[in-house]
Design a protein around this ligand. Structure first.
Ligand code: NAD
Ligand code: LMR
Length: 338
């Protein structure tokens, strides 16, 4: 594995595996759930990322096919595939950054919390593998419901004695990507020029865009504020309904996941001023986890920023968000503690 780099008798075709032997600088990244709707485009985009020297693709199905396909791309990263639970430890050994999009997606009519029963167990198993094989890795958790799966991961790591809150990040980047897009549409700007902080969590009313803090500075009417808040909070459902039973956001999510993973890798490299929103262990509110802007550094979320001034509309939204978040966090914690 990968099959195209080995003779049938097991001897290597490469004279010197200079890249895998540390010839090229870069980080080792694993994607768990790499054969899925998010996993495949995410793997392709990470194979293009110049900060990645080794890319491990793990799934319980189809990992060999996806790995063979992606390994033919003439970019720097060496790709290796891993199939099924017995290969999880090898997939994770030596890894700097683990990205987890494993788990089932929503169908129309479902909430993200309806995925809990299946995805909670998947995330637990994968995090047990991380605790064993790469306890110092940065973890980007995408699997829903993020508001519960991040607390689950934290409890698994606590149990294993490996928990470092800075290294566990729930990925809420898609909310920011959507917010930038929708706000830019309303303002008539290029989305690349727009920065919307989105705080709270990653489900319905817990997704709280802070439109009063948009950059470049601007103001919105009451109607614009309500339209934008509602569209950002329901962006995931908009895609689920449009896909009509064929899953949820995969392409925009892969884009958002790579944007976030790239920020984590730049932080790991020691770049200054890398700031993105993420759902992390936090003291910004009374809740143990909360999404805010964080500064990404050599240890993961090295600094967590305060919410900043909120307007009345956002203060009301914050109270609603906290009520739902508290229950989702507790549900995740209890899943491991019970
Ligand atoms: P998918 O069904 O297309 O792919 C999921 C992949 O996970 C499959 O390849 C499956 O084989 C794999 N898998 C299942 N159990 C596994 C295990 N134990 N170990 C490793 N891999 C396993 O789903 P998708 O569309 O890629 O979505 C994946 C998850 O991401 C869903 O839970 C979805 O709700 C979530 N999601 C989160 C965000 C976000 O913003 N955080 C955005 C979109 C989707
Ligand atoms: C999203 O926001 O697109 C994801 O959380 C997937 C979903 O179920 O909406």
């Amino acid at each position: 594995f990968p099959p195209n780099l080995q003779m049938e008798d097991g001897s290597a075709l490469r004279r010197v595996d200079c890249r895998a032997k540390g010839g090229a600088p870069g980080f080792k990244v694993a994607i768990l759930g790499a054969a899925g709707g998010i996993g495949q485009p995410l793997a392709m985009l990470m194979k293009i990322n110049p900060l990645v020297s080794v890319l491990h693709l793990y799934d319980v199905v189809n990992a060999p096919g996806v790995t063979a396909d992606i390994s033919h791309m003439d970019t720097g990263a060496v790709v290796r595939g891993f199939l099924g639970q017995p290969q999880l430890e090898s997939a994770l050994t030596g890894i700097d950054l683990v990205i987890i999009p494993a788990g089932v997606p929503r169908k129309p009519g479902m909430t993200r919390d309806d995925l809990f029963n299946i995805n909670a167990g998947i995330v637990r198993t994968l995090c047990e593998g991380i605790a064993k094989a790469c306890p110092k890795a940065i973890v980007n958790l995408i699997s829903n419901p993020v508001n519960s799966t991040v607390p689950i991961a934290a409890e698994v790591f606590k149990k294993a004695g490996t928990y470092d809150p800075k290294r566990l990040l729930g990925v809420t980047m898609l909310d920011v990507v959507r917010a930038n897009t929708f706000v830019a549409e309303v303002l008539g700007l290029d989305p690349r020029e727009v920065d919307v902080p989105v705080v709270g969590g990653h489900a319905g009313v817990t997704i709280l865009p802070l439109l009063s803090q948009v950059k470049p500075p601007c103001s919105f009417t009451k109607e614009e504020t309500e339209y934008l808040t509602n569209r950002i909070q329901n962006g995931g459902t908009e895609v689920v309904e449009a896909k009509a039973g064929a899953g949820s956001a995969t392409l925009s999510m892969a884009y958002a996941a790579v944007k976030f993973a790239d920020a984590c890798l730049r932080g790991l490299r020691g770049d200054a001023g890398v700031v993105e929103c993420a759902f992390v262990a936090s003291e910004v509110t009374e809740l143990p986890f909360f999404a805010t802007k964080v500064r990404l550094g050599r240890n993961g979320a090295d600094e967590i920023y305060q919410l900043g001034p909120l307007n009345e509309y956002e203060r009301v939204g914050l109270e609603k968000a906290k009520r739902e978040l508290a229950a989702s966090i507790q549900k995740g914690v209890s899943f491991i503690k019970k």
